[in-house]
Design a protein around this ligand. Structure first.
Ligand SMILES: *Cc1c(COP(=O)(O)O)cnc(C)c1O
Length: 403
């Protein structure tokens, strides 16, 4: 038997609460069962009371679920919680981060539109624009991330989107999001920020002036390397277009994965602070070591955009990249000498990972393209996890000893 509840007291009143409270409670709509944790709805379709009710819901005249390709209560809870944390009117979940990026372009651009992309974006994002969107008549140009004047000069009358990843992977470069949003606005274009590396715990691009945020939830939102997922966040006007695309294209987020991400969001801020604290310790320690030529981490005073990073982000992130002596051979010897850290290209996991960008994530670029992107053969990227920082330092010391 379902207990009788006063519906008004089933859900928490979230008027005026702060980020950490929203992360734990936003987006939950309790059922009459009165469950405390978020429920997981595994159902592909929904029943209607009458044929007329079915018709009204299909026509969108009354709200309610129809089919889980485009509405599912667990996915919606994740979308509402993430939207609350990003300061967005609405969010739309997707099967992967790449599906989310595809959806932005498919729903907001047409043949003949021009898109500007920051040079150092995720490799699959570049492939998506180069191999596929160009084939359908979308013009694409690349701009160095940090140079706001360069973005302004690259704008054309048909520029529709500016797409950036800030901070960038693996060198942690930034762009002044507020300044770039002014450039986009003056051109009648929209600024899209891939906020995967910072998450809303460290940076809220919409609050800084961006129009749309995309996420790979696979990374820090999950936080433990289990599930694939993505999301697009922004104003309802654009998000309804994105939702319309999802309804038709079907790159749907699984409710199970959405449930994992809901739980991930509850601890996001705590985890990001721990990731950042350990990354800072390791970056400072690496910078003082003999075998290290350069450390790229925006939390270091030596980082060229340290002041912007302090202003624009609440933390400098989990990714520490560094150049070792001895080129590629040195970098491979360093990586192979570690015993605790995982040799894998994923990031945003509680387990620390180490990778050689020049021969993995950036291996498809030509040597000249790699040089332009600043990806040297001696570069190593570490995505700092949640293990004891002393144990991580000891493992990196094994790498140093092998140089
Ligand atoms: C991983 C990643 C993506 C793609 O996300 P998937 O969930 O793997 O599809 C996009 N952008 C950035 C910055 C990423 O790190």
């Amino acid at each position: 038997m379902t207990q009788e509840w006063d519906a008004g007291r089933l859900d928490s009143d979230l008027e005026g609460v702060s980020f950490d409270t929203l992360a734990v409670r936003a987006g939950q709509h309790r059922t009459p069962e009165g469950e405390h944790s978020d429920p997981l709805f595994f159902t592909s379709s929904y029943v209607f009371r009458t044929a007329a009710d079915a018709a009204a819901r299909f026509a969108g005249e009354v709200p309610g679920n129809v089919y889980s390709r485009y509405t599912n209560p667990t996915v919606r809870s994740f979308e509402e919680r993430l939207a609350a944390l990003e300061g967005a009117e609405q969010a739309v979940g997707f099967a992967t981060g790449m599906a989310a990026i595809t959806a932005v372009v498919m729903s907001l651009c047409s043949a003949g539109d021009h898109v500007l992309v920051s040079q150092s974006v995720f490799g699959s994002t570049i492939s998506l624009f180069e191999k596929y969107f160009k084939r359908f008549g979308i013009e694409v140009d690349y701009v160095p991330l940090a140079d706001v004047g360069g973005w302004e000069r690259a704008i054309k009358p048909n520029t529709k989107l500016l797409f950036v990843e800030s901070p960038s992977n693996p060198l942690a470069e930034l762009v002044d999001i507020t300044a770039l949003s002014a450039v986009a606005k003056a051109a009648g274009a929209m600024l899209v920020v891939d906020n995967c590396f910072s998450t809303p715990a460290l940076q809220q691009p919409l609050v800084l002036g961006a129009d749309i945020v995309v996420h790979s939830a696979t990374k820090f939102i999950d936080g433990q390397g289990r599930c694939m997922g993505g999301a697009v966040c922004g104003r309802s006007k654009e998000m309804n277009e994105v939702l319309g695309y999802l309804r038709t294209a079907g790159s749907t987020l699984s409710p199970f994965n959405a449930w994992i991400f809901l739980k991930g969001l509850e601890t996001l801020n705590l985890r990001m602070r721990a990731h950042c604290a350990s990354a800072q310790v390791l970056a400072e320690w690496l910078e003082a070591q003999d075998g290290i030529e350069k450390v790229h981490y925006s939390g270091l005073a030596s980082h060229p955009q340290h002041e912007l990073a302090k202003r624009q982000t609440k933390g400098f992130g989990a990714v520490v990249s560094f150049e070792v002596k001895g080129g590629k051979e040195g970098a491979w010897r360093f990586i192979d000498a570690t015993r605790l850290i995982s040799i894998t290209a994923n990031l945003g996991d509680s387990k620390t990972t180490i990778t050689h960008p020049a021969t993995t994530s950036h291996g498809r670029l030509s040597p000249a393209e790699r040089e332009a992107a600043g990806i040297r053969d001696s570069l190593i990227r570490v995505a700092v996890g949640l293990e004891d920082v002393g144990d991580l330092q000891a493992d990196l010391a094994r790498g140093l000893a092998a140089l």
